[in-house]
Design a binder for this molecule. Structure first.
Ligand code: FEO
Length: 392
């Protein structure tokens, strides 16, 4: 795609990656993504803000043809999907300086071997005059790496936010047009990489509330012309109470655990509790992560296999532990053949979760009437706890 006008001074550059389906060899990208770079032409200086994934360097370089001078390249975040084409840009513009946060400098050096003499580091809150335009650098750590910063173009009231407020969508929409679609993708992105850091993200949101914003321009997905849409969503995700909802990831080998899952789901629904159920053998882990943003309770359904939880349940527990969702209650249900340490193993895998553990319901073989009653009791307990806490 060719460069696109945002304002008289700012152009979108970068690459739309329509075909990418996996990020970090982990995160599904059902809608592809984009690597947004921004070119700012001011009266005295030309700036390129971020770059593109190295696999798409040629796209960015072709957009830069005809631009004979770049004074500053700004790296807001050292991860290679934004910084990976910076060496090629610096090579094309030998006089350009690379601006980064202090922490990013060492990371960019480690990751891309950029020479020391190309760097200019900036402190939190520092400004840089470009002539008729001014940039202010705002450290926004842990969205999701420690070195990340945002950049505010003061005269245009544009916040360049990098991963923060971004969404993995490949689209020809320069600006957000379908907020429902972007909400889903932005929530998925938040859930997958930012949720573990939500306490720091709260501070970053507070910090940004001091700025008047006309546009938020992230480094993935479309640009926000209505910043309140994405800011409100983030406030809910990081600050909102858990919702009256159970996330129920499960795996079943011979249908006994599935019978238990079905019973618990029905019991919960009958008691007014929403349920999001995921069959771990086929689920999109991004969808599971999104459900974890809101859930008040997590119930893992797993058979006992090889004396412990099914490996897919262990994977889900490991991932959930890493994502540190705000859920307050946790339990385990499942069937076993002769014995094992399923509960102990799963409990040992989730030390980060600040949850009250509810009595697990394990049954031998096919669930009996007593087991079904125990599942109904578990649903009673969950519904009461959610009510007591005022989750809705
Ligand atoms: Fe889009 Fe953390 O890189």
């Amino acid at each position: 795609m060719e460069p696109r006008r945002i304002t008289d001074s700012v152009q979108w550059m970068g690459a739309v990656d329509w075909d990418r389906r996996l990020f970090d060899s982990l995160i599904p990208l059902p809608d592809g993504t984009s690597y947004n770079a921004y070119f700012i032409k001011a009266s005295e200086k030309n700036v390129l803000l971020d770059s593109a994934d190295p696999a798409m360097s040629t796209v960015l370089l072709s957009q830069l043809e005809g631009i004979d001078r770049i004074d500053y390249v700004i790296s807001q975040h050292a991860e290679q999907d934004h910084s990976g084409s910076i060496p090629a840009v610096l090579s094309k513009y030998p006089a350009a300086k690379l601006i980064s946060s202090v922490k990013a400098k060492s990371m960019l050096t480690d990751l891309l071997r950029i020479p020391e003499d190309r760097f200019v580091t900036v402190e939190d809150g520092e400004t840089l005059s470009l002539g008729n335009q001014t940039l202010k650098f705002i450290y926004t750590p842990w969205v999701h790496w420690p070195e990340t910063m945002a950049t505010y173009l003061q005269e245009e009231k544009i916040l360049f936010s990098c991963d923060f407020f971004g969404s993995h969508i490949a689209t020809s929409d320069l600006f957000v047009t379908d907020e429902g679609r972007v909400y889903e993708a932005a929530k998925r992105y938040y859930a997958e990489i930012m949720m573990p850091f939500r306490n720091i993200i709260k501070k970053n949101l507070d910090k940004l509330s001091a700025f008047e914003l006309d546009i938020i321009a992230p480094s993935h997905g479309s640009i926000h012309k209505r910043p309140a849409f994405i800011l409100d969503a983030y406030h809910d995700w990081v600050r909102g109470n858990p919702k009256n909802m159970v996330v129920l990831p499960y795996v079943s080998m011979h249908a006994s655990t599935k019978l238990m899952v079905d019973r618990l789901l029905n019991s919960l629904v009958n008691r007014g509790v929403r349920v999001e159920q995921f069959n771990l053998a086929v689920t999109d882990i991004g969808k599971l992560a999104m459900a974890l943003v809101d859930a008040a309770t997590i119930i893992v359904g797993t058979p006992t296999v090889l004396a412990g939880p099914h490996p897919l349940a262990a994977y889900a527990a490991f991932l959930t532990n890493a994502l540190r969702p705000k859920a307050e209650f946790l339990s385990i249900i499942g069937s076993y053949g002769w014995g094992g340490k399923t509960v102990e193993v799963l409990a040992g895998m989730t030390p980060n979760l600040k949850v009250q553990v509810l009595d697990p319901v394990l049954c031998k073989g096919l669930p009996s009437a007593t087991d079904y009653q125990a599942l109904d009791n578990l649903a009673d307990t969950i519904a009461s706890l959610h009510k007591e806490k005022g989750f809705n």
